[in-house]
Design a protein around this ligand. Sequence first.
Ligand code: GLA
Length: 664
Amino acid sequence: MQNHRWLRTPHGTPRRISYGADYNPEQWPREVWDEDIRLMKQAGVDVVSVAIFSWAALQPAEDRWDFAWLDEVIDLLHANGIGVDLATATASPPPWLTTAHPEVLPQTADGATVWPGGRQHWRPTSPVFRRHALALVEKLAARYADHPGIVAWHVSNELGCHNAYDYSDDAARAFRAWLQARYGTIDRLNHAWGTAFWSQRYGSFDEIRPPRRSYAFPNPTQQLDFARFSSDALKDHLIAEREILNRITPDIPVTTNFMIMGETRHADYADWAHEIDFVSNDHYVTEGRDELAFSAALTSGVARHRPWFLMEHSTSAVNWQPINRPKRTNELVRDSLTHVAHGADAVCYFQWRQSAAGAEKYHSSMVPHGGEDTRVYREVERLGGLLRRLDPVAGSDRDRSPVAILFDWDSWWASELDSHPTDRLRYRREALDWWTALLNAGVRADVLPTDADLSGYRLVIAPVLYAVPQGLRARLEDYVRGGGHLVATYFSGIVDEDDRVWLGGYPGAFRELLGIRVEEFRPLWDGETIGLSIGVRGDLWSEPVDLVADDVEVLAAYTDDDLAGGPAVTWRPVGAGAAAYVSTRLGADGLGAVLPTLLERAGVASELPEPLRGTVELAVRRAGDRRIRFLINRTDDAVRLDGIEGEYLVGGPDLPPRGVAVVG
Ligand code: GLA
């Protein structure tokens, strides 16, 4: 991270939890803008993101610019005390550009062109696109450099949401340069990629292409490197825009909105976070409330526990799922405050006013089609009031937890490549299952990139940590020998950073540490499960585990089939700590049978009174000596917070279904 500069406060106003939305006034006649301002002030909005998709409005033709409307919007917002997070407007190129320069349009792995008509139809590596985009950034930065209403720059929008993987000739050229920088010589690449296989040996970098559609499985390390390259190509665009902004407006912080949510995986955000002043994230609920909390904790991990900006989420229904349901009572407030609990210092939505036309007219917003006399707007106003009570939280870090879950983009990309023992494995699902199991046990966890400092964590969980370079292997060993407790799951420690197998038996990188050896993976059929001696069943995966050290203890054995009697879950004391292994997928419920032993041995106890464990999620922010506790009702029933002492900033001891209390 550059400096952790937060929003510029125009009038030296004290920091608070900011509130707002994407604001798209160009969709509306001028008289609506005054009504917008009235309703924003009424709801307590103090920041909006403007001009995200405004390229065509700002530059109607290559040689014509129109900033008058944006001048007026920014002045109006500023005069009313609403800060502007100004977008660089480069997210979607206008029709004149793609007509004049069709060579900026991305190509699929089959070589098909992705045409305009939607949005984000540009190649991340196109020099022509880059030139036009940077010209726009330069114009905007110069025009608004001295405007006190600009509180931050918002680079592009959700970089790679649609255009993450481009297989065009531009991409091929950039991929070759990226590979040359990574490997130096073609011999090193040939070794890393294992090109002795299937006659794939390259004579020079010029012979390499992106993994376009081929027969059989494309080379796995080529696929992995293409995922890394694609993340880097987008990061490169972010840096190019940021450089211009930093040069012309050095006092204005720069951010871009990440997409840490669900299965969105195209960008290594742990790496991108170093390039911006503060992390911003967009999150939409697709897999339930635990996934929301997990994503928020991961966003905090990526932000290295500094406050981050929730740039987008929804007040109610989205429009892009097969079936789109409104949020239920209390969900709007609960979802937003869960993000704050995990470190968000700004709560913003897509979008301010629900569009009357276009592809997102059925997406919820702060001001629905029905106007201010609606359930959603009333909830928006209520949340605006609640956020004011949370101002003491603003600027505080998310408090460290006793347990850490490691999350690694390389392992995500590599573990789900094709030609594996099973194609059913879902990397993020395993991490999420551990998160839910810990919530069920009433224990707080951090979700951390693998380069995080692990000292101080009692228990570190490595779910499907598949790709383990030598350096990470050594750090985890040191962590254990120094007194830490590490839990690795099936399909961890299998390959190095080149996707080359650690030889000698699985899990090669952790075999000695765990004191086990696995000769063959034994994935399970769809619907098949396998019993464990602790009364739960695994699915997806199983293994014949051999013990190769005398001091390995079997915490659970398999009970079925040819694995009956063999170890399923193991524990081994190592140095001052211990290393444990879980060889099958237990799911959140099954992990609940294993966790108490792991937690107890690691010396981790729940901070919640017994009756609240599982029903209430606890998240803590630390403002100096003050620990501010968020108690979030995970259930659809009322819960009484007996045994929680302190001053209630939000709510009271009687939590309604899906309610939140904040105790300072
Ligand atoms: C993304 C985009 C927004 C909007 C929302 C809808 O997050 O950034 O422009 O399309 O999705 O959910």
